[in-house]
Design a binder for this molecule. Structure first.
Ligand SMILES: C[S@@+](CC[C@H](N)C(=O)[O-])C[C@H]1O[C@@H](n2cnc3c(N)ncnc32)[C@H](O)[C@@H]1O
Ligand code: SF4
Length: 460
């Protein structure tokens, strides 16, 4: 038998001890005098086991030679299993083992550089602190009948620690109604200590003055809330909660007074699309940024009853048309999922991802399930209660497929020529097509075409 030290392995001898170390793996082991004696016989080139044992036997004539031989062979076998040397019958076997080892090292290096690339891409984690809510909005993607669940402080703390390790900057706390999570104060304090950009999505109705004061002490980037109408009765009808409009608006104004940034989202529904301009003007008068959301998706359990409130395409186009007449400057800011004509993105459909879900953002629901986004909870990638986010983010085959799905894969859409006005939503596709997220509905094709006609009109 012969053996050879692996690449990067060095032996250090001192007067009565020794150390073996590999500079690549940084593994090291220390030995007493007997180990020192064995190591002192090993050199950098090919070593013969029998030559070394003969030398050792000569050094200790009084000892049992077979024991010396056995001890030395055990010693080098241990060193081989720890990666410090390679044992073989001849040079060919050593070379084969060496090549195999090199291949494994290359693979490991590739994996770790791929992982660090993927980790660098994760910018935003959405955390559903609870699926409980004190409203019952007609369009909500959360099923009306559901088993309640919440994430505890300990679970969220572990997730935030992992997010820091993965260099994630943005966290959005959402729900259900996140302020119904009893640990939210503690969670906010901890997230603030870790210096995340903290966003919150809330209906604001569970906040009292004391809680608002608490929010001024933690560092929050923005709170987003929905106003469905300037008419309290209509807003309350949509939320199915009497007095909710007053409570939300009052709290909104208090937050503003305390210099907490607030943003308004307007979900465009059959019930309220005629009120959109009024809400936009009201938001403008108070300097609240507003975002128009007409991408309403079905319930996360695959039910579609909430889609009864979805506007038809002509109602959406009507709303945007009125918006153009009234406030065209705000339009492009608001339709942010669409590209302005001339945007560079349109030139790269084969490389462009559809949206950020699973690409630069991820959603953790109130059961700990990891899913690409809030609206696509049927697709479970893993669970943070029994695995880490990192292993799922880097290792999930499902996420890999999502990331590899580019605009160009939707050939039809691309061929039809209105890809600039694309708002392909994987969650909506999956919801409408029994899980097939790569199939776009005719309704969405039609809407894109109509938006393009409008955009042409706008750019004249
Ligand atoms: C689910 S809520 C959770 C946070 C909080 N309860 C709220 O209403 O802001 C988050 C956002 O999702 C929007 N939303 C609810 N159901 C939706 C659906 N079916 N499709 C698209 N957005 C929806 C809401 O209007 C709200 O802006
Ligand atoms: S949209 Fe928000 S406030 Fe309305 S029911 Fe859903 S979680 Fe509750």
């Amino acid at each position: 038998m012969i053996f050879k030290l692996t690449k990067g392995t060095e032996v250090y001898l001192s007067s009565n001890s020794a150390q073996i170390k590999n500079i690549h793996t940084t593994n090291k082991a220390n030995f007493d005098n007997s180990g020192r004696l064995f190591l002192s016989q090993i050199n950098k080139s090919i070593n013969s086991v029998s030559t070394i044992t003969q030398k050792l036997i000569k050094m200790f004539p009084a000892e049992d030679s077979s024991m010396i031989s056995k001890d030395f062979i055990d010693f080098i076998k241990d060193l081989e299993s720890d990666g410090y040397l390679i044992l073989g019958r001849d040079k060919t076997e050593i070379k084969q083992k060496e090549d195999k080892l090199q291949l494994q090292t290359n693979k490991a290096n590739q994996v770790s550089s791929r992982d660090s690339y993927l980790i660098n891409n994760l910018k935003h984690i959405y955390i559903e602190l609870t699926n409980r809510c004190n409203e019952q909005c007609v369009h909500c993607y959360l099923p009306k009948k559901r088993k309640y669940s919440s994430l505890s402080y300990d679970v969220v703390k572990k997730l935030l620690d992992e997010a820091i390790e993965m260099k994630v900057k943005n966290i959005t706390f959402t729900g259900g109604e996140p302020f119904l999570n009893k640990d939210f104060r503690k969670i906010l304090k901890y997230a603030s200590k870790l210096n995340f950009n903290i966003n919150i999505q809330s209906n604001l109705t569970a906040l009292n003055d004391e809680y608002i004061r608490y929010l001024t002490e933690v560092n929050i980037s923005c709170i987003q809330t929905s106003i469905y109408s300037t008419n309290p009765t209509l807003h309350d009808f949509i939320t199915k909660q009497d007095g909710s409009h007053k409570k939300t608006v009052d709290t909104l104004l208090k937050l503003k007074k305390h210099n907490i940034n607030v943003r308004i989202s307007f979900a465009l529904l059959k019930l309220n699309y005629k009120d959109f301009i009024k809400v936009n003007n009201w938001a403008k008068s108070l300097d609240f940024p507003l975002e128009l959301n007409f991408d309403i998706v079905g319930e996360i359990n695959g039910e579609k009853s909430n889609l009864a409130y979805l506007c038809d395409n002509d109602e959406i186009i009507d709303t945007i048309n009125n918006f153009i007449m009234e406030d065209s400057e705000s339009l492009w800011n608001s339709l942010k999922t669409y590209n302005k004509p001339g945007s560079k993105i349109i030139d790269s459909p084969h490389t462009r991802n559809i949206c950020g879900a699973g690409v630069d953002s991820i959603y953790i629901n109130s059961k700990g399930n990891i899913t690409p986004c809030a609206c696509w909870q049927k697709l479970e990638i893993g669970n943070i209660l029994d695995t880490t986010l990192k292993e799922n983010w880097c290792g999930s085959e499902i996420l890999k497929e999502i990331r590899n799905t580019k605009l160009n894969d939707f050939e039809d859409y691309y061929r039809k020529g209105f890809y600039r006005f694309i708002s392909i939503c994987f969650a909506r596709n999956a919801n409408l097509n029994s899980g097939n997220y790569k199939k776009i509905s005719e309704r969405d094709y039609d809407l894109a075409k109509k938006i393009e006609l409008l955009a042409r009109k706008l750019s004249k």
